[in-house]
Ligand binder design. Structure first.
Ligand code: ADP
Ligand code: ASP
Ligand code: MG
Length: 417
């Protein structure tokens, strides 16, 4: 059994969808489960729709129109007007409208999960229909019948026992299965596994099916030593150990979702990252090896960070009790900490404000602590750094914090305007 994952970029246009079919035909279509994300940038478009819906603003119709137009163009580029998939897509849009009409909840995260997943439902419906049209028999699965989670909307935790039992019992491993990434179900409602979670979905299926491999198909050759959109000269990493991949994902390398590797490592299932444009290339293999090959510095950039330096108003040391208060609050407001540094009287954290809750965190703590914050700073992490690498990052602006250990250097930079 093989697991394939195609992200948004691989299904961003009718030609891209045709290319997915080409990849499957080239690689073989049996014993395969294919996880697909929403098309192109549709998840962002759904996020705009959800924002407008929750805020009750006029942008709602415009946002909905953009999503409908995108999928109509997709259909027109792949099918004839009379084909059944048009009805299926219309039905999904009807269901989306119905969800918005009947909703009475005010819980943003719950609403988000009930609506955003239509991106994946539309995408897999279209790809599955296209494969059928060209004669590639496939089975469309609603992933919500397979991946069971808790009710932590937008960041749901997998119920592994239940999920494994269902997947092992219900997936026909001899076939070509097509399913959605990113989504789960808590027994009653749709949940999501966090943005970019489709890689994780592939990891979950691989673990539960004891798959032979996972392949993530990308618009790049494989995993590079830096984001090619930010750095000019990048190099392909041919081999990466599980540990190294976990470290890179932990520090924010966006090329693989952080939760994906651990289930694979547990069962020693190799992960390949390959180019969907050039099937001759080998790409990157993540497996049980040592470190990375070639051994070059790897750069990970996280923009839009907040650096908060916290000190106690009574000048007490920032030790166990104070730090634990701060951490409890960070956890409570779901702020993601990407770097920690402390001195006797101050405790600094570089934070990602994923859920727009930093201001509440700040207001909550400001009666007991002095908090100095720098907004909109960038966190650079260099794995396997050398002097040259650090120098190149320092040239990008003012370094507010620098933290170095054996393998990893981290710099928080206020970038030159
Ligand atoms: P997907 O469609 O699979 O979700 P994404 O658009 O999220 O794909 O990710 C692919 C993009 O990630 C690439 O086009 C590349 O610009 C970017 N990227 C960032 N960091 C890396 C890296 N270290 N190696 C390869 N690509 C990277
Ligand atoms: N469509 C979701 C997102 O864009 C999940 C994914 O693509 O991995 O975040
Ligand atoms: Mg993606």
């Amino acid at each position: 059994m093989r697991i394939f994952k195609f992200g948004g970029a691989s299904v961003k246009s009718p030609d891209a969808v045709k290319n997915v079919a080409r990849v499957l035909q080239h690689e073989g279509t049996e014993n395969t489960l294919v996880v697909i994300s929403a098309m192109g940038k549709m998840t962002n478009a759904f996020e705009r729709l959800i924002r407008a819906y929750v805020d009750g603003t006029d942008d709602l119709q415009e946002a909905l129109k953009a999503i409908k137009d995108f999928h109509t163009n997709m259909l027109d580029g792949l099918f004839d007007k009379n084909e059944e998939v048009y009805t299926k897509v219309t039905y999904l849009f009807g269901e989306l409208a119905g969800r918005m009409a009947i909703n009475t909840s005010e819980d943003y995260n719950y609403i988000y999960d009930q609506l955003v997943g239509f991106g994946e439902l539309l995408s897999t419906t279209i790809v599955s229909a296209y494969l059928t049209k060209i004669g590639v028999t496939n089975q469309w699965l609603d992933v919500r019948d397979y991946i069971k989670t808790d009710s932590n909307y937008r960041d749901a935790k997998v119920n592994w026992e239940l999920t494994e039992a269902i997947i092992q019992q219900k997936v026909d491993v001899s076939k070509l299965n097509i399913t959605q990434g990113f989504l789960g179900n808590n027994g009653e409602y749709t949940t999501t596994l966090g943005r970019e979670g489709s890689d994780y979905t592939a990891g979950i299926f691989a673990y539960c099916l004891n798959a032979d491999s996972v392949t993530i198909w990308k618009d790049v050759q494989g995993v590079l030593n830096a984001d090619p959109r930010v750095f000019d000269a990048t190099e392909l990493l041919q081999k990466i150990s599980y540990t190294e991949a976990i470290e890179m994902a932990f520090y924010g390398a966006s090329v693989i979702h952080p939760k994906t590797i651990q289930p694979l490592e547990q069962k020693q299932i190799p992960l390949f990252v390959r180019s969907f444009d050039n099937l001759e290339l080998e790409g990157t293999a993540v497996s049980k090896t040592q470190g990375i090959t070639p051994e070059v510095p790897c750069y990970i950039v996280k923009k839009n960070q907040i650096l908060a330096s916290v000190s106690a108003k009574d000048f007490s040391f920032m030790v166990e009790d104070n730090i634990s208060t701060v951490f409890k609050k960070l956890h409570e407001y779901k702020l993601k900490v990407n770097l920690i540094q402390n001195s006797a009287i101050s405790f600094s954290v570089c934070i990602e404000d994923k859920f727009n809750s930093f201001d509440n965190f700040y207001n909550d703590l400001k009666s007991s602590f002095n908090i100095k914050c720098y907004k909109d700073v960038t966190l650079y992490t260099i794995r396997h750094f050398d002097d040259e690498a650090i120098k190149s990052i320092r040239s990008k602006g003012r370094a507010i914090i620098r933290q170095i250990n054996t393998e990893t250097a981290q710099l928080v930079i206020q970038e030159n305007a």
